[in-house]
Design a binder for this molecule. Structure first.
Ligand code: DAT
Ligand code: MG
Length: 150
């Protein structure tokens, strides 16, 4: 639906590599609406909640250390098919398998430094939005809406 929401996060390497503006621009230009945004130094405890499903994987401790190694940019983007299309825009988990033209396919090479996160289902998106934005998202009318959607 047009009000589907997804949680997109620029990881510490994306912030350090000055890719914040480029990544935001892709979602803006595609026609998605920004309804929440913050730069935050996440704690390991918070990141363990975010990645709870991956606890037990061999790469989990390294993933948590990497994600806590610097600030991340958390965002909520709203629009048609935001979850699935957001994942397509990010590219495959392993950047070597990501299509050129996707964010990972254009800007990174290693699975453990893949610069961005996107929710993988509507249900997980809503969970992640609650975890990262307990204060909620922002309501406003986008001037572009009537030109982006029928
Ligand atoms: P995604 O981020 O595409 O949703 P995921 O949820 O399966 O992928 O894994 C979360 C992150 O964990 C992923 O972005 C990078 C890291 N990761 C996944 N598989 C990995 C692996 N085999 N080795 C190292 N890091 C991995
Ligand atoms: Mg995932």
């Amino acid at each position: 639906s047009v009000t589907e929401r997804t949680y997109i996060m620029i990881k510490p390497d994306g912030v350090q590599r000055s890719l914040v503006g480029k990544i935001i621009a892709r979602f803006e230009e595609r026609g998605y609406k920004l309804i929440a945004l913050k730069l935050v130094q996440a704690t390991e405890e918070h990141l363990e909640k975010h990645y709870a499903d991956l606890k037990g994987k061999a790469f989990f401790p390294g993933l948590i250390k990497y994600m806590a190694s610097g600030p991340v940019v958390g965002m909520v983007w709203e629009g048609l098919d935001a979850v699935k299309t957001g994942r397509v825009m990010l590219g495959a988990t392993n950047p070597l398998a990501s299509s050129v033209g996707s964010i990972r396919g254009d800007f990174c090479l290693a699975v453990g430094r893949n610069i961005c996160h996107g929710s993988d289902s509507v249900e997980n998106a809503e969970k992640e939005i609650k975890l990262w934005f307990p204060e909620g998202t922002v309501q406003y009318t986008s001037a572009l809406e009537s030109w982006v959607f029928e």
